[in-house]
Design a protein around this ligand. Structure first.
Ligand SMILES: Cc1ncc(COP(=O)(O)O)c(C=O)c1O
Length: 445
C-alpha cells in the first residue's frame, strides 16, 4: 500500500533537512504556500509541519513562520559525546528551556541594539567583568542568601569555566581534592586535565559521608573539597544545615578550600544557607545561568574570598580574557529586571511537574532524586548491566547516561541517570514508558 501523501512529503522534507539541502535557519513556505505548491489541503500541510516539528527538524515561531533547525550538533553534545541522531530523545543532557525564551532573547537583542551600550560592547572588557555587571551578580547572590560584595564577584564563561579558573587559581598538580563518590562529570574532566588527586567520599542519602570525610582529612593532606550541597548532581540531595556546619568545620580543621557548585541550587526554593554564606573566607562559590536561563548564554559567576580574586582574574585572563560582553550584558539586564527570578520560578514548577511524571511512569522502580530536580537516578539490581540497558534504550532511540561519567571510585555502580529537562513534556511521558518497559525487561526481569 502506498504511503499517504503527507507521509511522503514529510519524508522528502526530512531528507532535505538531514542532507543539508535545506540549510539550518531556512524559512519554509507558509502552510498555505506549501499546500498550494504541493497541491494538498491546508490541513495536510499543517500536519506535515507538525510531524517535522515532532521529529525535531523544524521549529515554529509564533507569527514568524516555520524554520529548519540546526541539527548538526544537537544542543548539549560536546566533543567526547556521541552525536545523537535527530530522532533520538535526549534523557542524557539537561538543557531546560521554556517556549517563551526565544522571544525574550529577541526582545533583549532589540533593546540592546538601541541602547547607548552597544559601542562599548565591541571592546575588551575587564577580565572579571564590568563593575556594574559584577554588582548585578552580587545583588542576585544576595537574594540567594549570600551577602556578596561586587569586588568578590567574577563573571565567567559558564559554571564549568568557573570551576576551571578556581582549579587554576587555587590548586596544583598532585593536590588532593575530596569529591563525592558520584559527582558532576565536568569536575572529573578538570581533575584529569590538571592532574588533581581525587579522593572519593562515600555518599549517603542526604550528602557525603562526613565521618569518611573526617577520616580522609586525618590521613591525607586534603587541599580542597568539591561539594554540591544544594541539589547534588546526580543524586539530588540537599544537605541539612547541621551537616553543612560539620563539613565547614572539617574543612577549617584541615585547612581545605571549599569549592561549592550551585549550578542547580535555584531549583530548591527554601534550602539551608549556602556554604559560602557560612564560611565566606574559605569557600569559592560557583554558579551560573545555564540551567536557570539557557546553556547557550555561557554566563556563570564565581564568588571568592578576597585573597583569591587576583589569581582568579589571572586565570580568566589566561583562558578567555573576558566573558563575551554581549551575553553578559543581556544576562545582567535579566538579573536586574526580574527575568531570571521569573524563569527560575517557572523552571522550578516545570522540573517539579517532570519529576512527578517520572515518579508516576516509573513507579515501583527505586528512583533517587529531589522532587524539584531535572534529573533522577535509577540504581539497577547488582546483576544488571547499565551499558546493556543503555544500548537497548538506544535501539528505542532514547539516550541516557550510565553511572560511569559520574563515578570517582574504582568500582562503577550499575545505575542510570535520566535527564528530564530537555525533551517536551508529551514525548517525555511516552519516553519514560518505554524506559520502564525496557528496564523491566532487561534489568528487573
Ligand atoms: C553540577 C554542575 N556544575 C556545573 C555545570 C556546568 O554548567 P555551565 O553550563 O554553566 O558551564 C553543570 C552542567 O551540567 C553541572 O551539572
Amino acid at each position: 500500500m502506498a504511503a499517504p501523501r503527507y507521509k511522503t512529503l514529510v519524508d522528502a522534507l526530512a531528507s532535505d533537512i538531514r542532507s543539508g539541502r535545506l540549510a539550518p535557519g531556512a524559512r519554509l513556505p507558509t502552510h498555505r504556500g506549501l499546500a498550494a505548491r504541493e497541491g494538498i489541503a491546508l490541513v495536510t500541510a499543517t500536519r506535515v509541519y507538525a510531524e517535522l516539528e515532532a521529529m525535531g527538524l523544524v521549529s515554529r515561531e509564533q507569527g514568524r513562520g516555520t524554520f529548519v533547525r540546526d541539527i548538526a550538533v544537537p544542543a548539549g553534545h560536546g566533543i567526547d559525546q556521541q552525536i545523537a541522531a535527530t530522532d533520538v530523545v535526549d534523557l542524557n543532557f539537561n538543557y531546560p528551556a521554556l517556549p517563551e525564551q526565544a522571544d525574550l532573547l529577541r526582545q533583549a537583542l532589540r533593546e540592546l541594539a538601541t541602547s547607548g551600550e552597544i559601542d562599548s560592547l565591541l571592546r575588551y572588557q575587564p577580565h572579571r567583568g564590568r563593575p556594574q555587571d559584577r554588582a548585578s551578580v552580587a545583588r542576585h547572590l544576595t537574594r540567594r542568601g549570600i551577602t556578596a560584595d561586587a569586588d568578590q564577584v567574577l563573571v565567567v564563561n559558564g559554571a564549568q569555566h568557573g570551576l576551571a579558573v578556581t582549579v587554576m587559581a587555587a590548586l596544583r598538580a598532585g593536590d588532593v581534592v575530596a569529591v563525592d563518590a558520584l559527582t558532576y562529570p565536568g569536575f572529573k574532566v578538570l581533575a584529569h586535565a590538571f592532574r588533581l588527586d581525587l579522593e572519593p567520599i562515600a555518599v549517603t542519602a542526604d550528602g557525603p559521608d562526613l565521618d569518611a570525610l573526617e577520616k580522609l582529612c586525618a590521613t591525607r593532606p586534603v587541599r580542597a573539597i568539591y561539594a554540591m550541597p544544594t541539589l547534588h548532581n546526580p543524586l539530588g540531595w540537599v544537605m541539612p544545615a547541621a551537616d553543612r556546619l560539620r563539613l565547614v568545620g572539617t574543612a577549617r580543621r584541615c585547612g581545605a578550600l571549599i569549592v561549592e557548585d550551585a549550578a542547580y541550587a535555584y531549583l530548591v526554593e527554601a534550602s539551608p544557607p549556602p556554604l559560602a554564606a557560612t564560611a565566606p573566607d574559605i569557600t569559592v562559590h560557583v554558579s551560573g545561568l545555564s540551567k536557570s536561563v539557557a546553556t547557550g548564554l555561557r554566563v556563570g559567576f564565581v564568588l571568592a574570598p578576597p585573597p583569591l580574586v587576583p589569581a582568579l582574574e589571572r586565570a580568566i585572563r589566561a583562558t578567555t580574557w573576558n566573558t563575551p560582553a554581549l551575553t553578559t550584558a543581556i544576562a545582567c539586564r535579566w538579573l536586574d529586571d526580574g527575568t531570571v527570578d521569573r524563569l527560575e520560578a517557572r523552571k522550578r514548577d516545570d522540573a517539579k511537574a517532570r519529576q512527578a511524571l517520572a515518579r508516576q511512569e516509573l513507579a515501583g522502580l527505586p528512583l533517587v532524586g529531589h522532587p524539584s530536580s531535572y534529573f533522577t537516578w535509577l540504581p539497577l539490581p547488582d546483576d544488571a548491566r547499565a551499558d546493556r540497558l543503555t544500548a537497548a534504550l538506544a535501539r528505542e532511540h532514547i539516550s541516557v547516561s550510565t553511572a560511569e561519567p559520574f563515578t570517582t571510585t574504582k568500582h562503577t555502580p550499575q545505575a542510570l541517570r535520566l535527564a528530564l529537562g530537555s525533551t517536551d513534556p508529551d514525548s517525555l511521558r511516552s519516553t519514560l514508558r518505554t524506559v520502564r518497559r525496557v528496564a523491566v525487561e532487561d534489568a528487573y526481569a
